[in-house]
Design a protein around this ligand. Sequence first.
Ligand code: IPE
Ligand code: IPE
Ligand code: MG
Length: 230
Amino acid sequence: MKIPQHIAIILDGNGRWATNQGLKRTAGHEEGAKRIKEVALKANALGVKYLTIYCFSTENWKRSKSEVNYLMKMPERLLNNKQVNNFKNENIILNHIGRKTKMPTKTWAAISAAINETKDNSGLVLTFAFDYGAIEELIAAINQMLTAQLSTIDEKILFNYLYTQNLPDVDLMIRCGGEQRLSNFLLLQNRYAELYFTKKFWPEFDENALWAAILDYNNRSRRFGGIDSD
Ligand code: IPE
Ligand code: IPE
Ligand code: MG
């Protein structure tokens, strides 16, 4: 069995899941949040090294004020001392990619405290893409390179300026919720990712669903522009 080194997930369908049950959209976010830990523990147990979860995009600010406020409060609620200790005991390293400056100060404080608390672990790197967008990432990188007055760049330098500087390219990119698009997620880092789409809404995505995606990945032939070696 080939276990992907880096799995990225676009967690989608929280709102539709809730609406289908006659609940408010926020109830879907609440249920979906529980799946993050479950899926991360399974990934860690399987030996996945990096799991990157798209939780809030740079476009999600377009949603109603109340939904945005709710989502912005989630890190404070979910990364409380107890939860962070759980991650710490599971040897999981918490990480973030995206813009840090637009979210409320308290939101960033919760995320950065969780990162700091788990930095000495050595297991799965669980990265929250929160206020992440691939175009914003590229523009921020270019602005930093301009500030550094670089006269020329190469691939290595470019990737070192991205939020993902410490992460390898994505091997398996999963999107649940039925849509088949990337929605501005890791457009460069997904360059050779195997794409997997499922109709399951994120609140229904459990460890068996993760396993199904990994099984599917095992049937792919990755060539990276070359030819099969066997
Ligand atoms: C994913 O679920 C969570 C976020 C994007 C914050 P959605 O909220 O997009 O759920 P749907 O797609 O509207 O059902
Ligand atoms: C993508 O989901 C963003 C996240 C999962 C955080 P969206 O629900 O925002 O994507 P679109 O609008 O359907 O493309
Ligand atoms: Mg959606």
